[in-house]
Design a binder for this molecule. Structure first.
Ligand code: NI
Length: 225
């Protein structure tokens, strides 16, 4: 399931983030790649412990924790500290699957259930650079306004098409969900959305309470903490 998470950062926050990011020096992106993806990865990254990455990363995580759509779709248990990358002209990232387990500096290992890309460049700043994600329904091209994010299962094959003009700047990171399997998480997400709609239309209907009970009892049955 690919889910667009709009308005993670305000336009002001994006401008501020870009002012900081554009003034830093980037390193070869292969520092966080496994052996297979190192062969196809051609971009630049901020070092994980860079103070700008740390501060912007905290801002992004705080915004997501206040975002009802993200919380409902991801049911996050742990979030990897956000990383930042830049694809200048001619840069790309070939087809790969993200590593199953990630180790943040000083943190416990995280199982990558979900991958998130937060766009920090406007679509008119660059040509190409679409994130291409494969699922059972085909290949999806994703290119969103700055401040918006895409959430997709880390089990998906994906690549970033070559940038042919300008530069694509983004934040990317992984989430370990309380719900390991994408299908189970999608079921809870759909159920939650239906309950929200019902509660908005007919708040007094007794089915709202019953269905909310079903949601929580499924979550209790499936959640791993
Ligand atoms: Ni990837």
């Amino acid at each position: 399931m690919l889910i667009e998470i709009p308005h993670v950062l305000t336009p002001d926050a994006v401008r501020d983030a870009r002012a900081q990011l554009d003034g830093t020096s980037w390193v070869d992106g292969r520092v966080t790649a496994g052996p297979q993806s190192a062969q196809v990865k051609d971009n630049e990254q901020l070092p994980e412990d860079h103070p700008v990455a740390r501060a912007l990363g905290r801002l992004i995580i705080e915004s997501l924790q206040r975002h009802p759509l993200f919380m409902s779709a991801a049911l996050p248990l742990r979030v990897f500290p956000p990383l930042f990358n830049r694809y200048g002209e001619g840069r790309s990232f070939g087809n790969h699957v993200d590593n199953a387990i990630r180790y943040a500096a000083g943190g416990s290992p995280l199982r990558t259930d979900l991958s998130l890309t937060l766009f920090l460049a406007e679509p008119n700043e660059y040509d190409g650079g679409e994130l291409m994600v494969e699922d059972t329904y085909g290949v999806h091209a994703v290119k969103l306004p700055a401040g918006h994010a895409i959430l997709y299962p880390s089990t998906s094959l994906h690549h970033v098409r070559p940038v042919t003009r300008g530069a694509r700047v983004a934040s990317f990171f992984w989430i370990q969900s309380m719900i390991r399997h994408d299908g189970d998480r999608a079921l809870l997400f759909d159920l939650d959305a239906a309950i929200q709609r019902l509660a908005a239309d007919t708040p007094e209907h007794p089915a709202v309470v019953s269905l909310t009970g079903v949601y929580h009892n499924l979550l209790r049955r499936w959640a791993e903490m």
